[in-house]
Design a protein around this ligand. Structure first.
Ligand SMILES: C[S@@+](CC[C@H](N)C(=O)[O-])C[C@H]1O[C@@H](n2cnc3c(N)ncnc32)[C@H](O)[C@@H]1O
Length: 271
């Protein structure tokens, strides 16, 4: 195992260069990911790799890409999206709610290539029978990774990314480009706002009705999770929903400020 102090030096280099602070991410995960870059670049130690980085500028992008793990897909963890469709969306769009509400805001934090945000929009569209103009729906997707946001904005996906999406939805909401590639239909774009944003360093989206932050906390140390949960609490409207990943949960004071809405699917409500 590599030396901790050397790992810190490496993470300092990343911070100096890109202003991304990985020091509060779980060390084991970071070490495992960096180890793959050491192997590929044939470096034998962190100091050697730091030196390599200084002389091979594109390696910094590759390292960041390795450290921000972007695996995702449409309708990931189907039972969670089923619960979103059956229990959360009907509440967000209940007649008595939208009578008084002009905008419904949703935030997919750590959105990767936009698959999660787009899945939610597709489910809302299905629920509203494609009449998605009233109330105004704003779905924000934020991610620290530049390439993921580029992909989210382009809206072009490979066939395997749709494998869990219920039958018919891919054909209804995406255009085939041939070669097993599909493009999000243009009519979905006005509802989706993707931007590069570090959840740790930036101000949260405000007045949100639903936050999805799934499979991001698994990479964070507990203090950082607590810090983010505070942010989510401030970002949410009263009665707003928070959905975490299936292996994630609330910590610290946040556990008292949210009530469980669906324990099995890691869904909470701001009280
Ligand atoms: C494993 S993906 C999860 C994608 C999706 N939420 C899901 O559950 O399938 C984790 C995403 O979090 C992003 N991420 C990591 N650190 C972040 C940070 N500090 N702020 C915002 N996004 C971050 C990564 O770039 C990656 O795209």
């Amino acid at each position: 195992m590599e030396n901790y102090e050397d790992l810190k030096l490496l993470l300092n280099e990343v911070f100096k260069e890109r202003h991304i602070d990985f020091s509060q991410y779980r060390e084991q995960l970071i070490q495992r990911r960096v180890a793959t870059r050491l192997r590929v670049t044939k470096c034998h130690s962190y100091p050697e790799y730091i030196n390599f980085l200084k002389h091979h500028r594109p390696e910094m992008d590759t390292l960041l890409d390795t450290l921000t793990i972007n695996v995702t897909q449409f309708y990931r963890d189907p039972r969670v999206f089923q619960a979103i469709a059956e229990k959360i969306i009907p509440r967000l769009f209940a007649d008595e709610v939208i009578e008084k509400k002009e905008i419904v805001r949703i935030w997919s934090c750590g959105c990767s290539g936009g698959q999660e945000a787009t899945t939610v929009l597709v489910l809302i569209s299905e629920y509203l029978k494609q009449d998605i103009n009233k109330p105004r729906i704003l779905i924000y997707g934020t991610d620290i990774d530049k390439l993921s946001i580029k992909k989210a904005n382009e809206g072009i996906y490979e066939e395997y990314e749709f494998k869990d999406l219920p039958a018919g939805l891919k054909e209804k909401y995406f255009l085939s480009l041939g070669n097993r590639r599909f493009e999000r239909k243009k009519e979905l774009n006005p509802f989706l706002y993707f931007r590069e944003q570090d959840v740790v360093r930036s101000e949260p989206v405000k007045n949100v009705d639903l936050i999805l932050c799934r499979n991001l906390f698994i990479y964070f140390k507990r203090e950082l999770q607590v810090q983010c949960l505070e942010k989510f609490y401030r970002a949410l409207n009263k009665g707003g929903f928070l959905v975490l990943g299936l292996t994630e949960s609330l910590w610290g004071d946040s556990a008292k400020r949210f009530t469980e809405f669906d324990r099995d699917n890691r869904m909470y409500v701001k009280v």
